[in-house]
Design a protein around this ligand. Structure first.
Ligand SMILES: *Cc1c(COP(=O)(O)O)cnc(C)c1O
Length: 228
């Protein structure tokens, strides 16, 4: 199947999932995760109306971003090393993977240099997986309170990359937990902390994620095919 057909399929699944749970399709944004895929694939998706892309590797993104002619927006969704933040400043609209204060400080510093702010999500390690990035659930409140003081960041919500489950239904409790945590943080009314975005759901499980309140789904394989 072509990228155009894949995109149509994903959008249709999104629509059906929204209808099933009584949500508006406009509440859910599709982030097309284009890591490892060439600029031509991004252009193809852009020509089919997809205007938001997610990347995971700094160097690869910088190279591709120069090549892509279409007017698209970029989100950074992958693990981010502090010493690479400077290459992203001004080039991405949102960082989904902020999981430590030191990284947030550097993001604020680099965006401050160009007189702008960047939207961020706090990544939460819900499965307590040692191999995965993300702040532990019990650290998230303290992290949000600290990050809220940084001048060039806007906290917009939470992101999670739950454990892979063969049956996508088994991921649902993790999605629910992320939404519950966002709800809890909202009740704290921390100045500067907004919890309007929930970044959750990938190729394998974006439908249950939508049903559980995702506002950003990050889909790669279903759009661009397998990564090699
Ligand atoms: C690669 C990646 C995705 C996309 O995964 P697919 O299974 O290909 O849809 C989503 N989120 C993050 C953080 C990723 O690194």
């Amino acid at each position: 199947m072509s990228i155009v057909e894949n995109l149509a399929w994903v959008r249709e699944r999104m629509e059906i999932a929204c209808r099933r749970c009584g949500r508006n399709l406009e509440e859910v944004r599709l982030v097309a995760v284009s890591k490892t895929k060439p600029a031509a694939a991004i252009e193809e998706a852009a020509a089919a109306g997809q205007n938001l892309f997610g990347e995971s590797y700094v160097q690869e993104f910088i190279d591709k971003e120069k090549e892509v002619r279409a007017a698209v927006a970029w989100h950074f969704v992958g693990a981010l090393q502090t010493n690479k933040v400077k290459y992203l400043a001004g080039k991405v609209a949102m960082i989904h993977s902020v999981d430590r204060l030191h990284l947030a400080e550097e993001l604020s510093r680099q965006w401050g240099k160009i007189g702008q702010s960047v939207e961020i999500l706090i990544q939460v390690n819900l499965g307590r997986e040692a191999t995965k990035a993300g702040a532990a659930e019990e650290e998230v409140e303290a992290l949000a309170r600290a990050v809220a003081f940084l001048p060039h960041l806007k906290i917009r919500g939470l992101m999670a990359l739950p454990p892979y489950c063969d049956d996508a239904e088994d991921v649902r409790p993790f999605f629910r937990e992320l939404r519950r945590l966002a709800g809890y943080l909202t009740t704290l009314s921390i100045p500067g902390v907004e919890m309007k975005e929930l970044s959750m759901g990938m190729t394998h499980d974006f439908e249950p994620a939508i049903e559980e309140g995702a506002t950003l789904i990050r889909v790669g394989t279903a759009i661009f095919g397998e990564r090699h």
